[in-house]
Design a binder for this molecule. Structure first.
Ligand code: FAD
Length: 535
C-alpha cells in the first residue's frame, strides 16, 4: 500500500492515530510517533482511536485471553496518554464490513485531516485499510499514512536476488542480518510522543473523549474469575511490565520454573542480577529447549500485542554484545545470537504471510499436501485438547496452555506434531485451537508453526521426520518435574517411567493409556504423506 495519498486536504482540527491490537504501546511506535510529529508541526490535536471489532475476533479465532489482555492494556495506555493530554477513544463496532465507513465518519466528525496507523499484514485487515484509504481519498478530507511497525525489517525489504520473498529461513536470515546494520539504522527508536496542548481538554468534542469508557470485558469473551486472576499474575498488562520482563530475561538467572498462578512472573518479583554469561539470555543458546526451567523470555504475549516492539528487544541486546555497541551479535553460538534469530523467525513468518497470503486462508503452502487424508476422530481431538492423550509430555504441554495461555516453543512443536502425525488430525483444527487458547495468538507465527509441524509450510520439517514424543520428553524435561506439575496424576512417578508410564501404573493412577502406538502411527503418517489421497 502506498504510504501517502496525493490529495490536498484542509488543515482540519485533529490528527488521528488508529491503534490496533498488534501495536499497543506508546514507546517506539512509528505510526503514533509520526502522528504526534505531524500534530506538533501543524498545531493540531492528536487523538488516539481504538476499535473493538467482535466479528474480526470471531473470524480470527481470537482467544478470550487475548481480548482480555487487549482491554487490560488499553486501560494502561489510556492513563499514560491522558498524562500527555491525549485522549484515547474506544468504540465497539459490528459488522466488520462497515468498519471502514465508521472510521471515515469518525474522521469527519472530528474534522481530522490525517490518519496514521501501523500496517496489519493479515489479508482481511489489509482489505479493510485499503477501503479506509479509498473512502478517505474519495471524500478528500483526510490523508492516510500506513507505517510498517510490527517487524524488525518490514515485509518486502528482505528479498531474494530475483526480488521474491524467501521461503526458506536460513537464506532469509543470512539476508536479514546485514540489514540490521544499515544506515539509516532500521532499529532506530521512533521519537517520543509529545503532549497535546492542555486546552484540548476544554475542546467541546475532544474534551469529551477523555471520558471514553473501556469495557471491562467483551460479550462472548468473558474469562472465569480464576482464569482472569491467572492471566493478571502471569501476564501483567502495560509497557512497564513488558520492560521488566525483558530486563529479567537479560539480567537474571533462569531457575526451575514454578508454573500456573504461583509463577512469580510478575515484574515485581525481585531476583538478583547475574552476569551476562549466566543470565537467561546468556544461557539461551544451550538452555532454551528445556521446559522445566523458565529459560526463554516469555515476551511473546507482549510482542504479539505490540506492547513492546521487536526492535526494542534487539536494541537491548546490542549493549550486551561485548563492546560492539553499534552491532547486533547474531552469531549462532551465543545466547544473544540465538535469541535474535528467534526474533527473526517472527519476521520471517510475517513476511511469508504478507508475501504469500494464501497460507492464512486455510491452504497449505505446499499444495502437494492439500489432499492428505485426515482422521476425523472427535474423541481423539478432544483428548488432545484436554491433555488426556496418555503421552505425558503432550498432555503436560496442552494443560499448561489451557491453564496459562502459553506454552514453550519446543512443546508447541511436540504437541502440534503429535496431533498431525500421531493422531493424523488436520493441522488446521490444531491451529484454530491454539489461537482460541493462547494469550500470544499471532496468525503469522501460529500458522507458520503449524505448517512447519505438519510439513506443509515454507521450510517445514520433512514429512518423514516425525518427533518421537517420548524421546522429546526426555530431552526437554529430563527430571520430569514439568510433567509432574501439570499432570498431577503422575506426581508420584519418577525415573524414566514419567515419560511413558507402564499401562498398569497409568491405569492405577487414573491416567489414560496412549490413544495410539507411536511406531504404528508414524508408519501411517509416512504412508499418507507419501501418497496424498490414500487412506
Ligand atoms: P523466546 O524464545 O524468548 O523468543 C523471543 C521471541 O521470538 C518470541 O516471543 C517470539 O515473538 C519470537 N519467536 C520465538 N520463536 C519463534 C518461532 N518459532 N516462530 C515465530 N516467532 C518466534 N508465537 C507467537 O508469538 N504466537 C503464536 O500464536 C505462536 N504459535 C505457535 C504455534 C506453533 C505450532 C509453534 C511451533 C510455534 C508457535 N509460536 C507462536 C512461536 C513460539 O513458540 C513462541 O513465540 C514462543 O514459544 C514464545 O515464547 P518466548 O516469548 O519465551 O520466546
Amino acid at each position: 500500500m502506498a504510504s501517502k495519498v496525493k490529495v490536498k486536504v484542509g488543515k482540519g482540527d485533529a490528527v488521528v492515530y488508529w491503534m490496533r491490537m498488534q501495536d499497543m504501546r506508546i514507546h517506539d511506535n512509528r505510526a503514533l510517533s509520526q502522528a504526534s510529529e505531524y500534530a506538533r508541526l501543524h498545531s493540531l490535536s492528536l487523538i488516539v482511536l481504538f476499535i473493538l471489532s467482535p466479528q474480526d475476533y470471531i473470524a480470527h479465532d481470537r482467544s478470550a485471553r487475548r481480548i482480555d489482555f487487549t482491554l487490560r492494556n488499553l486501560m494502561q495506555i489510556k492513563n499514560s496518554l491522558a498524562k500527555l493530554d491525549i485522549p484515547l477513544h474506544v468504540i465497539t463496532h459490528s459488522p466488520r464490513k462497515t468498519l471502514p465507513e465508521r472510521v471515515t465518519t469518525t474522521l469527519s466528525d472530528w474534522n481530522a485531516s490525517r490518519l496514521f496507523a501501523n500496517v496489519e499484514h493479515e489479508v482481511d485487515e489489509l482489505r479493510r485499510d485499503l477501503r479506509v484509504y479509498e473512502l478517505a481519498q474519495r471524500t478528500g478530507k483526510a490523508e492516510c499514512t500506513f507505517v510498517n511497525g510490527k517487524c524488525i525489517l518490514p515485509p518486502g525489504t528482505v528479498l531474494t536476488k530475483d526480488g521474491r520473498g524467501y521461503t526458506v529461513y536460513s537464506p532469509f536470515l543470512r539476508s536479514w542480518i546485514p540489514h540490521l546494520t544499515d544506515t539509516p539504522d532500521p532499529l532506530a527508536c521512533a521519537p517520543d510522543v509529545e503532549s497535546n496542548d492542555a486546552t484540548v481538554r476544554q475542546h467541546p468534542i475532544f474534551g469529551q473523549l477523555f471520558n471514553s469508557a473501556i469495557p471491562e470485558y467483551m460479550e462472548g469473551y468473558e474469562l472465569s474469575k480464576e482464569d482472569a486472576e491467572i492471566m493478571c499474575v502471569c501476564w501483567p498488562a502495560g509497557e512497564a511490565a513488558a520492560q521488566e520482563i525483558l530486563l529479567r530475561f537479560l539480567h537474571t538467572k533462569a531457575r526451575p520454573a514454578q508454573f500456573g498462578a504461583a509463577d512469580p512472573l510478575s515484574p515485581g518479583a525481585s531476583e538478583p542480577k547475574s552476569g551476562p554469561k549466566d543470565s537467561r539470555l546468556g544461557k539461551y543458546g544451550d538452555a532454551r529447549d528445556r521446559v522445566d526451567a523458565d529459560t526463554t523470555s516469555r515476551l511473546s504475549p507482549y510482542l504479539a500485542a505490540g506492547v513492546i516492539s521487536a526492535r526494542e528487544c534487539v536494541r537491548a541486546t546490542r549493549a550486551l554484545s561485548e563492546g560492539k555497541h553499534s552491532k547486533v551479535d547474531v552469531s549462532r553460538d551465543t545466547g544473544v545470537g540465538r535469541w535474535v534469530q528467534e526474533l527473526a523467525w517472527r519476521d520471517f513468518y510475517t513476511h511469508v504471510l504478507a508475501l504469500f497470503p494464501r497460507v492464512s486462508m486455510g491452504r497449505p503452502f505446499q499444495e502437494k499436501f492439500a489432499n492428505v487424508s485426515w482422521e476425523t476422530n472427535e474423541s481423539h481431538l478432544q483428548a488432545w485438547k484436554d491433555g488426556r492423550t496418555g503421552v505425558p509430555i503432550v498432555d503436560a504441554g496442552m494443560r499448561q496452555m489451557n491453564k496459562m495461555g502459553w506454552m514453550h516453543n519446543r512443546l508447541r512443536m511436540v504437541t502440534a506434531m503429535y496431533l498431525v502425525k500421531d493422531l493424523m488430525i488436520d493441522w488446521r483444527l490444531g491451529e484454530k485451537y491454539f489461537m482460541e487458547t493462547l494469550i500470544d495468538g499471532d496468525l503469522a507465527s501460529n500458522n507458520g508453526g503449524w505448517q512447519w509441524s505438519a510439513s506443509t509450510g515454507v521450510d517445514p520439517v520433512p514429512y518423514f521426520r516425525i518427533f518421537n514424543p517420548y524421546l522429546q520428553s526426555k530431552k526437554a524435561d529430563p527430571s520430569g518435574d514439568y510433567i509432574r506439575y501439570f499432570v498431577p496424576e503422575l506426581a508420584k512417578v519418577f525415573g524414566d517411567e514419567i515419560h511413558n508410564p507402564p499401562p498398569r501404573c497409568a491405569e492405577k493412577l487414573g491416567y489414560p493409556t496412549p490413544l495410539v502406538k507411536h511406531d504404528e502411527a508414524r508408519q501411517r503418517a509416512i504412508k499418507r504423506y507419501k501418497n496424498p489421497g490414500d487412506v
